[in-house]
Design a protein around this ligand. Sequence first.
Ligand SMILES: [Fe+2]
Length: 291
Amino acid sequence: MNSIAKRLSHKVLEIKTTYKPKTPVSVLCVADVHFDNKNCKIRLLKKHMDEALDNDRLMFFCGDTFCLMQGPGDPRRSSADRHDQDNSDAYVNSVLSRAWDFFGPYAHNIAGMSYGNHETTYIKKNGIDVLELFIDGLNDKCGSNVQRMPFEGWIHHSLESKHKGRASCFKTYFHHGAGGGGPVTKGVIKTNRRNAIVDGADFLISGHIHESFIIETPKIYTTRRGNELTRNVLHVQLPTYKDEHIKEEEYFNYHTISERSPRPLGGWWLNIEASFSGGNTDFKHSATRAQ
Ligand SMILES: [Fe+2]
């Protein structure tokens, strides 16, 4: 593989890539997969993960990979959300077994998975860290090195060429997200709050609110020599793979009773590309939708 993921510290994951001209370095970022929910669009997820695999790219899962609402005694338990194969009393065992089967072929392309509120709530209520069990089991079974990341942290995208002296590091700040987002503003207000807290990020990614957008907030700074430069900061809101909009055979469901809108599905690719002119190498970054 052209990219190698390595843990730099508790909160920082480094993805090191030897770049080639005109070939973007891309990482698939997804959140709120809700793998074990019946409404998870698993074929869409598989399509995106296959694309990563076929193009030798890494993936990052930004929380709520698991839904975990169908355990015994959970008041949110519902046959509309429960996957048919998770109907046994040993609910977590069933979820883990299916997840290892599904994610196994992709394990070597998954750089990391971080926590979301569904995984942390399950720990609080049941004393079981499903994400830890899943990642440890996956790495054991596949000989992979998927990193279990905290609720928030960083990805350093380190790019190096085969010719020494041309290197760059782009930084992604990630946080699963919190709060309701807002039916009208759709979470855009939070980009300014994050701008006030996070310094030095090129990408800021988050999930949780099941919305999808990209907002650019360019920032100006000066170099030691007195040149003013601009750093473009991209806020990427990751959507979901859980389709909760009312189905043809349904008369109502929780999502519809609450008058919630259909949600965008899929993920985003974070891209970094190098271009050469006059002996200089310029790097630019962008994000494109996986849908
Ligand atoms: Fe969430």
